[in-house]
Structures are given as structure tokens and as C-alpha cells.
Design a binder for this molecule. Sequence first.
Ligand code: AHR
Length: 338
Amino acid sequence: MKRWMGKMGSMVALALSITLLGACSNGGDAPKETDSAGNPGGSSAKSSIVLGFSQVGAESGWRTANTKSIQESAKEAGFTLKFSDAQQKQENQIKALRSFIQQKVDVISFSPVVESGWDTVLKEAKDAGIPVVLTDRAVDSKDSSLYVTFLGSDFVEEGRKAGQWLVDQYKDATEEVNIVELQGTTGSAPANDRMAGFAEVIAGNPNLKVIASQTGDFTRAKGKEVMQAFLKAHKKIDVLYAHNDDMALGAIQAIEAAGLKPGVDIKIISVDAVKDGMQAASEGKINFIVECNPLLGPQLMDIVQSVVDDKAVEARIVVDETTFTSEQAKQALPERQY
Ligand code: AHR
């Protein structure tokens, strides 16, 4: 980790700033930290590589599968995992990262809840000589020296795949096709990028119109609530584009409660391909799912090991993903792991 060791002067400054920050971060709604075995706190013995991981929360089926993959892979690799759940709050993630710096973990990894606002804490990690690996979601920092690599999906491409399916379905349409969009968490990379990729592809087809677009925060409850409001406000909705399966599943409940048939009266496109989403697709309630793979744990542990061994790591590692029509979902469902 030689290349990550900061200069002595900056480390002293960091130690001072951490003491001050630590002093004012004790109250309130602190992130929950657990060790590899899921116990509160975590052990102080430093016998193996210590990885501090700050997770977004538990907002979706995707997130649950991602957390499981990281915890199991850390255990398998023999690493000591300090796991912190930010409960969808950036302030909690920043507190967790500062706590990892204070504990002098070997590597920090996190999935940033939103894209902006990370430079200060990332500089603190850099000055402390602790390498940072981004997983799942990116940050919009201009200074790429603040992290070693970003392992995760290409969310813009996912949005493009969703848009392309729609363009193909409606290539002969002569009337306007009204689309409603359920966005992910405001300011998050997947919400920004899935919206952008989709908009880019449908832009060439003037019949495809996004008539409403609102956040459902990647949760089932919010997806249902926002879809209810869309149904009240708009008489003719032809297509729902949901940025994840959980919001699509919530929206399906709202559509059925309104006496309409999901997948038939309103075509549905979503992202993730978790088991519940694939089940709905196999029943024809979701027409098309763009896969987003949550099983990042094994690759993350390989990266952590390479970083500790001071081996070169690619600056961007993109995850391989596919798409599913209803028919393909039916076939893939029995083998689906998550
Ligand atoms: O960052 C990945 C996204 O976050 C998943 O698509 C969504 O389900 C999750 O909450």
C-alpha cells in the first residue's frame, strides 16, 4: 500500500481533525456498525485484512442480495469486515467512513447513496493512507486519485437497454405512447444514469412521451404510492419505466387496485432482475427487465487483496449483465440465486 501512504504532516493533521470530528459525532441517528459475524461493534483484534464497508441501506431486494454477497465473500476471504448500514443517509455514510479512518482499517469500500459531496471525506482517507474502493455506485468527484477503482454496473447502458426495448415494441406506433417513470433515489448514480440512458434512446421517437417522472426512492412502498398518484393524475398511461424491481412491484399493486392489468393495460419495464421481479415477469406482469447484478462480493474481495498487495487494479471494472423478456424470465427463474 506504499502508494497510498500520505506524508507524515498530513497524517498528523488528519489525526487532529478526526479527534475533533469524533467528538461531535456521538449523538443521534448514527450508522449501525457490525462485524463479519453481524455482531455490533466489531472486534479490535487486527489479525487479518480489515475492510470497512459502508452500505447504502436495505431499501430493496437488490440491496439485500448485495449485502449478503459482501458479508459472505469477506468471510470466505478471511477478512475482518466492519460493516455499517447508512439507512439511506449520506451523513451516516460520512460518519462511517470517518470511523473507519479513525480505526485505521486497511481498505475502505462503500456504495455511495448519492453522487455528490464526497471530496472532503475521501481526501481525509487519502491523507490517512487508506485506499478507497467504490462499489455499485459512483461519485461525481473530479479528482480520481481519491479512490482506487469503481466496481459496478454501467447504469447509463441499463437505461439505454430499457429504452431500446420500448423503441422496438412501438416502432410502428402512430399514436402517442404515454410513459410514466419511477426514478430511484434522488441524486443517486443509478437514478441519474438510468434516466439519462433511457431518455437518450427514446429521444429519436417523437411518439414516446414521458408524461410524468418522480422518485420512488427504490422502495416498494414509495413505488406504490407514486403510481397511485400517477393513475389519479393521468387518464391514459401506456408504459411504466421503473428504475428497479421493488418500485415496479409496488406499482403493480397500485395498478391492480385500480382494476387494470399490469403488463397488458400498462406495459412495465424495470431494472434489477431479483427473484420477485423475475416472478412477476414470468407471470407477464413485468414485460422486460434489465439485469443489474448485486453479487459483487467475490470481485470486491479480489480487488481488496490486490490493493493490499500493492498490485495494479483497473480504474473501472464493469459488471456483465443481460436482459429478460417475460419468456426468458420464466426459464431463468428456477436457477435465480437472489
Ligand atoms: O445501486 C443499485 C440500485 O440500488 C438497485 O438497482 C436498486 O434496487 C438499489 O436500491
